[in-house]
Design a protein around this ligand. Structure first.
Ligand code: ZN
Length: 429
């Protein structure tokens, strides 16, 4: 008779356990057995367990980033599943969702199945796939949403290729509602005047929220419309109003650069501050903080969009849009939102754990007994300097190079396995 050797247990002891989903905020131990949370409580004894002393640290559900460009397939010189997910672990993320603007685009089941195989082989953290909303990302014909969902997609998106037609958006939202998939909208209209710059975003949000309402009124279905990288005060106002109307399920995310730096950074830093949507005015930065605080913005994502260093070195006009974000996000949240009391730590963590999980319907983002043990341990005292040369990502372009940040990921645990501790990546990949 053979007896399966149980996997070794892990005891995370003495940390301040913060689980926004469960309303937990107390100094407790967390016991992990067989990859799952076995117990959360005081004075847990587990003599055989491997132990992490978390005293003075925050122990929270693994962080989730629902807006990441892993660049595979087709952009492996910018990032790969392996390097992008290692960057995620380094940044304290246990789960990322990858965007479909790849080459070929993630617009049909065969491409997504191939990507799922690569993920199974190469990913260092959990990866969920977001499908392309239109064939070839061309903004003309919708993809087969039900087939994409069957291939594993958790949402569809027009990210990087914003849909321009209201009729197409309404059809997309109706089909999403039928398939029970969220639509992640890159709101940027091109048929509006260039000035004021916020119009491309704000008008798009107004129209797409109206399209969602119209789907609700005609079908009774409640479309899930998630606004990507919300960055302007008028855009936030439009969404705030739209959220008051019952029916459609409207949510939004923003990324750290939109509450930290203004468009002046583009003049100073050039391509390292070039992304889409662009950096905004000082008023928008303050408005973004208010929208985070009042819940208009539900989720903090990074829009991690790596490019090869030589591409970003091509000068501000020639360089592609996008900066890396996975390895600076937590420090920018702690320094720019929590330390400045825009959000308390529980609110901030909710926007990086349970809220993104809810928006995309992922079974993560909480510390429940007998569920997979995805845990991020945060050291709130650490002061560190963002150094792109040390990033695990292939991308190096960030406006935050050299910034001193307060608070850093101390350990990243995925399914009970310690994948990063004290800045050291220690998993199988
Ligand atoms: Zn993006």
């Amino acid at each position: 008779m053979t007896v399966d050797q149980p996997r070794k247990s892990l005891l995370v002891s003495g940390g301040r356990v913060m689980d926004p989903a469960g309303g937990v905020d107390a100094v407790l131990d967390v016991l992990v057995t067989d990859g799952k949370v076995a117990a959360v409580g005081e004075g847990i004894r587990a003599d055989d367990a491997e132990r992490i002393d978390a005293s003075g640290k925050f122990v929270c559900p693994g962080l989730i980033d629902i807006h990441v460009h892993l660049r595979e397939p087709g952009g492996e010189h910018k990032e790969t599943i392996r390097t992008g997910t290692r960057a995620a672990l380094a940044g304290g993320f246990t789960t990322v969702c990858c965007m479909p603007n790849t080459e070929p685009p993630l617009d049909r089941p065969e491409v997504i199945q191939d990507l799922q195989r690569r993920i199974a082989n190469d990913a260092a953290c959990r990866v969920y796939v977001i499908g392309a909303a239109t064939i070839g990302n061309e903004g003309k014909l919708l993809t087969e949403f039900t087939a994409l969902k069957r291939a594993g997609c958790v949402a569809v998106s027009d990210d990087a290729f914003p849909i321009q037609s209201g009729a197409l958006m309404e059809r997309a939202l109706a089909q999403c509602a039928e398939a029970d998939l969220p639509f992640i909208a890159h709101c940027e209209l091109k048929d509006v005047p260039l000035e004021p710059a916020w119009r491309a975003e704000a008008d798009s949000i107004e129209r797409w929220c109206q399209a969602a309402r119209s789907v609700f009124e005609t079908t009774g279905l409640r479309p899930r419309l998630h606004i990507a990288h919300l960055s302007t005060e008028p855009g936030q106002d439009r969404l705030r109003q739209a959220k008051k109307v019952p029916g459609p399920r409207l949510t939004a995310e923003t990324a750290p650069h939109y509450w930290v730096v203004t468009k002046e950074a583009l003049e100073q830093l050039g391509a390292d501050a070039k992304m889409n949507p662009p950096l905004r005015e000082a008023d928008d930065v303050e408005a973004t903080k208010r929208a985070l605080a009042d819940g208009t913005i539900d989720v903090i994502a990074t829009d991690h969009a790596p490019h090869a260093p030589e591409e970003k070195a091509a000068g501000v006009n020639a360089a592609p849009f996008g900066i890396v974000g996975l390895e600076t996000a937590l420090g920018l949240v702690m320094t720019g939102l929590v330390e400045t009391e825009v959000l308390d730590i529980t609110q901030a963590l909710a926007k990086m754990t349970v809220r993104p999980a809810e928006v995309l319907g992922l079974a993560h983002g909480r510390l429940n007994v007998s569920e997979p043990a995805d845990i991020t341990i945060i050291d709130p005292q650490t002061r560190w300097r963002a150094d792109p040369a040390r990033f695990a990502s292939k991308g190096r372009s960030t406006p935050f190079a050299g910034w001193e940040l307060h608070g850093a990921p101390f350990a990243t645990i995925v399914g009970g396995e310690v994948q990063m501790i004290e800045g050291r990546l220690c998993g199988r990949t």
